[in-house]
Design a protein around this ligand. Structure first.
Ligand code: IPE
Ligand code: IPE
Ligand code: MG
Length: 250
């Protein structure tokens, strides 16, 4: 009898020295992918969600320690009620279904974005997933859900102003080190590489502060077609870039 197990994955090339430690991905193109197949947009979102596991699992092989993925932006509420509700239900299902596999693989999951607008059931699942995986260290997966860079800076500024008003922070001390401590990403290093799929060359309000010196890769692949091989190739080509951070190469 033929056993239908998981197809065996080809080994990826060894990580290149100087490869990115933190990769952030704008997972775009699910809707177009579905439309090309004559299917509803939500079909694309479900197919896109399946790609996440493959990329997370590839991280240790390509030397990536931090992976941050853009799942839902503060602007995505403008979509139809059917699409928004479908996405929220997908996030709930995804978390319930993936918690065990993520934990077994030693993945630590965090969420960034404003939780206030999300439904209570989803918030509970997010909190549980963060708690269950809180001691893991193999990969740091951060999911941006109801995230917007401007919204994040505004929320951070509000908390910073409260600290000033209550005498906990001296305005004279505020500098480039102070503000990021109030951002949702305060425990994460800045991304080295930001990948956006689907051919759009914009960042759509993603990690505005944190990506000041990130390298960008805008690729034509639609997110549901993105593979671990492409991920590995993009990380390898990053290793060859010369990042000067405003200085001069010595
Ligand atoms: C990205 O795919 C997923 C989310 C924004 C939730 P899109 O849904 O934006 O797909 P396109 O850009 O319409 O193809
Ligand atoms: C960015 O994609 C947000 C996510 C991938 C979650 P969008 O499809 O929402 O961005 P725009 O509308 O093309 O700028
Ligand atoms: Mg899009």
């Amino acid at each position: 009898m033929i056993k239908r197990g998981k197809p065996k994955l080809e080994p990826l090339p060894a990580p290149s020295p100087g490869g990115p430690k933190h990769v952030a991905i704008i997972m775009d193109g699910n809707g177009r992918w579905a439309t090309q197949r004559g299917r509803p947009r939500l079909f694309g979102h479900h197919s896109g969600a399946k790609r996440v596991r493959e990329v997370v699992e590839a991280c240790p092989d390509v030397g990536v320690e931090y992976l941050t993925i853009f799942a839902f932006s503060t602007e995505n509420w403008k979509r139809t009620q059917v699409e928004v509700a479908g996405l929220m239900s997908l996030f709930r299902r995804y978390i319930s279904k993936e918690t065990r596999a993520l934990n077994d693989r030693g993945v630590r999951v965090r969420f960034i974005g404003d939780r206030v607008k999300l439904d209570a059931k989803l918030i509970k699942l997010m909190n549980e997933l963060e708690e269950i995986t809180s001691h893991n260290t193999s990969v740091h997966l951060t999911i941006a859900l109801n995230y917007g860079g401007r919204d994040e800076v505004a929320r951070a500024t509000k908390r910073l102003a409260q600290d000033v008003a209550q005498g906990r922070l001296d305005p004279e001390e505020i500098d480039e080190e102070t503000l990021p401590r109030y951002l949702d990403t305060y425990v994460l290093p800045d991304p080295d590489l930001v990948i956006r799929t689907s051919g759009e060359a914009r960042i759509s309000n993603f990690l505005l502060w944190q990506s000041a010196y990130a390298e960008y890769e805008f690729i034509d692949t639609l997110w549901p077609d993105f593979t671990r091989e492409e991920f590995s190739r993009l990380c390898a080509s990053y290793g060859g870039r010369d990042r000067r951070f405003g200085g001069v190469k010595t």
